[in-house]
Design a protein around this ligand. Structure first.
Ligand code: ATP
Ligand code: MG
Length: 332
């Protein structure tokens, strides 16, 4: 049998404006790996419905995300780029996964615990959308539809990939299927970029505070200023330490954007002050944004054409893998 080219799958939820953390934690690695892997990269618009979102907002987010993937270097000739909701098999696969999970294992996911605690009311569960609990079953389904080997993600998604491995084992045992057990691909530097205003909290595109994140579509001068104002500490000495989360975050962003290890950056800045470090980080961020934004507008014009091609290619594989599980489960 010919060796099958390994499959990479990754998606980003269309919940808000893309941040530099999404770029460093996920997109940058998808771009680097797309030569070597048969890559399926999607805009997770179904996942974006997990928490309430205005229809116009969702529509804008998903189109921006498509164009930004392209502007960041996803090459549609190498990667299959598509909207999740264009491939109807995602919904069907989710159900087949749902019936193979338990409420216990889903409610133990840290993302569910974090996000549901924030919105829990005195009435208990009535304010927690079911989708928040089910999010991982949709994600496991995404991975199985393309029988993926490698999932480039930030560290926050590691637990969901581990759940996927457990479910794959369960399905393969129970239904005699042969789905791959996927591995998360987590970058050495930048697996968890932190908020610029609260560096003990991860940067998230759904953070309400605009100053906490650098958005890929921020005015580059505004982004520059956000870095200059990033919360640090008062020691004014630059070295790697978990006790200095603000400085560690700036060193991490600098390292990721300049392809350096953390130690190399520490060395470069060890005799400098915080102001000098911030200027270097701000300049790296600004030039990344200028580069991405110079391509973004043209990419918006290509969405219709490219999303059709992507959806067709993705649907073909998704159908094949869905059929395998349906057969195993006795539906076919
Ligand atoms: P949300 O607040 O809506 O959950 P998010 O910023 O966490 O948004 P996701 O769509 O959940 O973004 O995740 C997209 C990708 O970005 C995932 O691979 C995720 O692991 C990665 N990612 C998210 N936040 C970070 C972060 N702070 N550092 C590194 N990678 C991150
Ligand atoms: Mg997230």
């Amino acid at each position: 049998m010919l060796n099958r080219k390994k499959v990479l799958l990754s998606g980003i939820t269309a919940t808000g404006k893309l941040t530099i953390a999404n770029y460093i934690g996920a997109i940058k690695n998808m771009v680097n790996l797309q030569e070597k892997y048969n890559s399926y990269i999607f805009i997770a618009d179904l996942h974006a419905l997990t928490l309430p979102i205005e229809p116009e907002q969702l529509n804008k987010n998903k189109n921006d995300l498509f164009a930004l993937y392209l502007a960041c270097g996803i090459n549609p000739d190498k990667s299959t780029l598509f909207f999740q909701s264009d491939v109807l098999e995602h919904g069907m696969m989710e159900w087949l996964i749902t019936v193979n999970t338990t409420i216990g294992e889903l409610s133990r996911m840290t993302q569910f615990k974090d996000k549901s605690t924030k919105i829990k009311s005195p009435n208990g569960m009535d304010t927690i959308p079911t989708g928040l609990l089910m999010y991982p079953t949709l994600m496991v389904g995404d991975i199985l539809l393309y029988d993926a080997d490698l999932i480039p993600v930030g560290i926050d998604q590691k637990q969901h990939v581990e759940l996927t491995r457990n479910i794959v084992q369960r399905l393969n045992n129970k239904y005699k299927t042969s789905f791959n057990e996927p591995n998360a691909y987590i970058p050495n530097v930048g697996a968890k970029i932190m908020s610029l205003v609260e560096p003990t909290k991860k940067m998230s595109k759904s953070d309400k505070n605009d100053k906490a994140s650098i958005y890929l579509l921020d005015d580059p001068e505004v982004a520059y200023k956000k870095i200059m104002k990033a919360v640090t500490d008062s020691e004014n000495k630059i070295y790697i330490s978990n006790e200095k989360p603000g400085i560690l975050n700036l060193l991490t962003i600098y390292s990721a954007l300049n392809d350096l290890t953390l130690e190399e950056s520490e060395n470069k800045f060890k005799n400098k002050n915080y102001g000098e470090l911030k200027i270097s980080v701000a300049e790296s961020v600004k030039s990344l944004l200028i580069n991405i934004q110079s391509k973004y507008k043209n990419m918006l014009l290509r969405i219709n054409e490219l999303s059709k091609i992507g959806a067709e290619k993705a649907t073909k594989i998704a159908k094949e893998n869905l059929e395998k599980l349906m057969k195993g489960m006795g539906l076919k």
